[in-house]
Each structure stands twice: as C-alpha cells, then as structure tokens.
Design a protein around this ligand. Structure first.
Ligand SMILES: NC(=O)c1ccc[n+]([C@@H]2O[C@H](COP(=O)([O-])OP(=O)(O)OC[C@H]3O[C@@H](n4cnc5c(N)ncnc54)[C@H](O)[C@@H]3O)[C@@H](O)[C@H]2O)c1
Length: 462
C-alpha cells in the first residue's frame, strides 16, 4: 500500500505544480524529475510477464543476446526507427530512442508467472524458437529466471496444465497475492518502475457483462469467485491496483472492460491491448487499406494457418479459438467501411482458420486467398503465403510496449493508450471508433511522440 500511495502522491503533486509552472519558472517539478530518472545509469525497469512461453522467452533471450553482443534489435520501432522533425526539406531525422526519453533495453529486469515450473532456459528450449547456440550464450541469465506461482484455472485454458499454481480461497485473495508479488519484485530488485505484459495462453471466450461494468461489481465478483472473472482479468486488476502499466498481448478479455478502464484512470496507470499484431493480421491491415485506397472491391478473404507450438495446441480448443477468431475477424470492417462503400465491401465473405500441426512448431505458415474485383467488376485474386516465425515477430513488440508504457507512466499519461494500437489486433480505444489501418496507426504513434515533445505533428502537407 505504501507504494501505491507514494506513486499517487508524486503524480498528484506533479499535476498541481504544473499549473504554477509559468508563474514560478524556478520551481522543481516532481514529474520532470521522474521523466529524466531513466537517463540515470542505474535506472531499473522491471518487466513482469504473465506466461513464460515462446513469446516471453524469445523476448527475454533476445534482449540478453542483443545487449551482450551489441546486436541490433530488428523489428523494434523504439530501437531501430527514426522520426522526422520539421519540414521535409529540412531533412531532419532522429532515432526514436534519442528523440524521447525511453529506458534502455540494458536497464530491463525480468520476472514471470507460469503454471509450468520450467526456468526461462528450459522453457525457451521447449518453445524451440531460438537455436542452441543463441540460447547457450545466455544460459546463465535465463536459468536465473524461474516463474512465480501462477493464478491459473483450467476452466479458462483447457488444453494445458501445470503444478506451479497459487492456492487461494477467493479470486480477490489471488489478486492480493499477485499485488504482493509485484511489490516484492519491485522492492527486491530495486526497480524504479515496473510494467506487466500478458503473454499467457489464450483463454476461453468471455462476453463482457454487467459484472465487468463497474469497479464495485467487479470487486464483488472477485470476492465471490464469479466464473465471469478469468485469471487474465485478475492479473490486469492486480497490475493496475499496484500502480504499474499493463498491456495485454493475448486476445483474452482482461483490461478491456469498463471497470478496469476506470480503475486505470483512478490509479493513473497507462494500459493497452489487446492481442499482438504479428503475422497474418499485420499483413491484412497493410493490404486492406491499399485495396480501399484504390477503390478495388472485395468478394472474399479466406485466411488459414498451420502452427505447431503450445499456443497452437491451446487454440485447438474451440473455446480458446473463439477468442482468437473474434480478434482476427474484427479488422476488415473497420478498415473497409462497408457502410460507406456498400457496392465495394457490402457483401464480402471473411473466414479465419487456425490448425494445430505439430511438425511446424513456432514456424507458422499462413495462407490468404483474397478475391477482389476492379473495373467493370472483373474478378482478380491475390495470394499471400507468409512463412513467419510467430515469436520472432512478437518479441520486439513486447520490447516496444515495455519501453513505451514506462515512458507513458513517467509522462503522466494514463487510461487507455490508443496511440499504441499499432501493436494490436484488437486495439483498445476507450469508446472511440477503433482504427485498424496499419499506416494510420503508425502515423498516430509517431505524432503522439511529436506532441509529447512539443513538436508539430506531421501531416505531409509540407
Ligand atoms: N506469437 C505471436 O506472434 C502472438 C501473436 C499474437 C498473440 N499472441 C498471444 O500471446 C500469448 C503467448 O503466446 P506464446 O506463443 O508465447 O504461447 P505459449 O503457449 O508458448 O506460452 C504461453 C504460456 O502462458 C502460460 N500460462 C497460461 N495460463 C497462464 C496463467 N494464467 N498465468 C501465467 N501463465 C500462464 C502457459 O503455461 C505458457 O507457458 C498467446 O495468448 C498468444 O495467442 C502471440
């Protein structure tokens, strides 16, 4: 409780003082002190991962390897991308990590929960994403990361189980145990800030209901062990209650319920989600805006995948698949706007399938058959065959989210961070219409950074 109160007090003081900044320019503002805290060599950013599977271990191992061998962080916008400042002819491009005060990947300290007790090295070996040479180069560091006991319930993830679970009477007790884990980790590892990212298995589909609508109802439901409260929600609640930023990389219903959104505002905690946008949906949100920009019509989009990792095994259960399917299906309508273009997009057939096929491991293969039409309604087809590595695409997204959420918190941003929609299949927007178009999401992210730095947003008019 001391930590929560401490954090609140700092931000509260910051808000009040900011109003007096112009009248008292010499006044020292706590918020600004916090902002630049990460520039200190000894800044420590804790990363608490729900789930220590393929995505989490690829992210952790990749970060260790990159910082040990000074390898580039391929796939990471925060580490590799530049941002243009000023007019086009000024030709001024700055690396994003130099433009905004992000923590450095070297400053990250990791922890995780998982019902399977394997340490990060054993879990990474099982996930089979990185080769032995890479894993052995950071074996010692990975072995030190042992998962804490998880809040896990097979009613929500049927195709998986493990012994490393917390025992609790009520779901509220489970939340209190998680909050204790967070505060202990923060204190023990002397972290200046901590971020939680949900990288756990996809849970069964849950419809948002009145138990999720208001905080008092949600907390009552926690205390009464309501089945409408899933482990993913308990983790999200605990993070927000403990005052740490939270992002949901899985499609499970978690922070995207009104009660937790309002708690995030009350606690001044930035939250984001959900479901990392990595393979097929990434491609979909790139191709669909182009079809629409050229006013080419769509008759159908058939998407299928094979994958053989543990995620695929969990998704072989129809109740977990439904959660994923909802997330994957949602993108086209919002991009194509059939209500505005009924003759082009009013009647297309969209299907998404995921098949568990063990030999493929984490090397997912996706096929898209896109039936389009153009001039005079003449039909054409586009075929996409994406041979990707799921976790290789997801790991840099985890890194970016960790750094941006920590940044957001230090800059006093809280509630739903829809500028981070760029990273998600089903972006949270706090009531605003969802934007799925990859290029708009990208521009919004960069313009948000420009705005925070008091630079002009870029509209490409000049
Ligand atoms: N890899 C990608 O490209 C990608 C893209 C979008 C979303 N996702 C989502 O990210 C999540 C992780 O994917 P993955 O490939 O690492 O899966 P994975 O199966 O390898 O790892 C998930 C881990 O979560 C653990 N887990 C399950 N329930 C838990 C709980 N209640 N508490 C703590 N741990 C729990 C499992 O034991 C497992 O070790 C999945 O929900 C997946 O759908 C992944």
């Amino acid at each position: 409780m001391y930590h929560i109160f401490y954090n609140n007090k700092i931000f509260y003081t910051f808000k009040i003082l900011k109003q007096f900044k112009h009248s008292y320019p010499n006044i020292r503002i706590y918020g600004e002190l916090m902002r630049f805290e990460n520039r200190k060599k000894d800044y420590r950013l804790g990363v608490m991962l729900v789930g220590l599977g393929a995505v989490s271990t690829t992210f952790i191992a990749g970060t260790f390897i990159s910082r040990k061998k000074s390898k580039p962080y391929f796939g990471s916008l925060t580490q590799e991308q530049t941002i243009r400042i000023g007019k086009r002819e000024e030709n001024k491009f700055i690396k994003i990590k130099d433009f905004v005060d992000l923590a450095d990947p070297k400053q990250l300290i990791f922890a995780a929960w998982d019902p399977i007790a394997d340490d990060a090295y054993a879990a990474a070996k099982k996930a089979g994403v990185l080769n032995d040479k890479d894993l052995n180069s950071v074996r010692k560091e990975l072995k030190e990361i042992r998962p804490m006991k998880a809040v896990f319930d097979r009613n929500y993830v049927r195709n998986l189980d493990g012994p490393n679970k917390k025992r609790y009477k009520s779901k509220m007790d489970a939340a209190k145990m998680l909050i204790e884990d967070i505060l202990n980790f923060k204190e023990k590892k002397k972290c200046n800030n901590v971020v939680m990212i949900n990288c756990a298995s996809t849970e069964s589909y849950i419809e948002s209901s009145d138990k999720h609508a208001f905080l008092d109802r949600f907390e009552k439901a926690l205390a009464k062990n309501s089945e409408e409260i899933s482990p993913a929600m308990i983790y999200a609640y605990s993070a927000i209650k403990a005052g740490i930023p939270y992002a949901n990389g899985a499609p499970s219903l978690a922070a995207d319920i009104p009660s937790l959104v309002s708690l995030s505002k009350q606690m001044m905690v930035p939250i984001a989600g959900k479901d990392f946008k990595t393979g097929q949906t990434f491609m979909k949100t790139v191709i669909a805006p182009a079809l629409k920009a050229r006013m080419l019509g769509l008759r159908g989009w058939f998407s299928t995948n094979i994958l053989g990792n543990r995620d695929g095994e969990v998704l072989a259960d129809p109740s977990s698949f439904r959660t994923k399917e909802k997330s994957k299906l949602s993108v086209l309508n919002s991009i194509l706007q059939p209500q505005l273009y009924p003759h082009l997009y009013g009647d297309y057939h969209h299907q998404v399938h995921i098949n568990y096929y063990k030999p493929r491991g984490d090397d997912k293969e996706g096929w898209d058959n896109i039936d389009i039409f153009g001039w005079l309604g003449y039909p054409m087809q586009i075929k996409v065959n994406f041979l990707c590595k799921d976790s290789i695409l997801a790991a840099p997204i985890v890194l970016d989210l960790v750094l941006f959420l920590d940044f957001a918190k230090r800059h006093g941003l809280y509630g739903v961070q829809d500028w981070l929609s760029f990273y998600f299949k089903s972006p949270m927007t706090d009531g605003k219409p969802v934007e799925h178009d990859f290029f708009i999401q990208h521009m919004k992210l960069k313009n948000t950074l420009r705005k925070i730095k008091k630079e002009k947003p870029i509209t490409h008019l000049e």
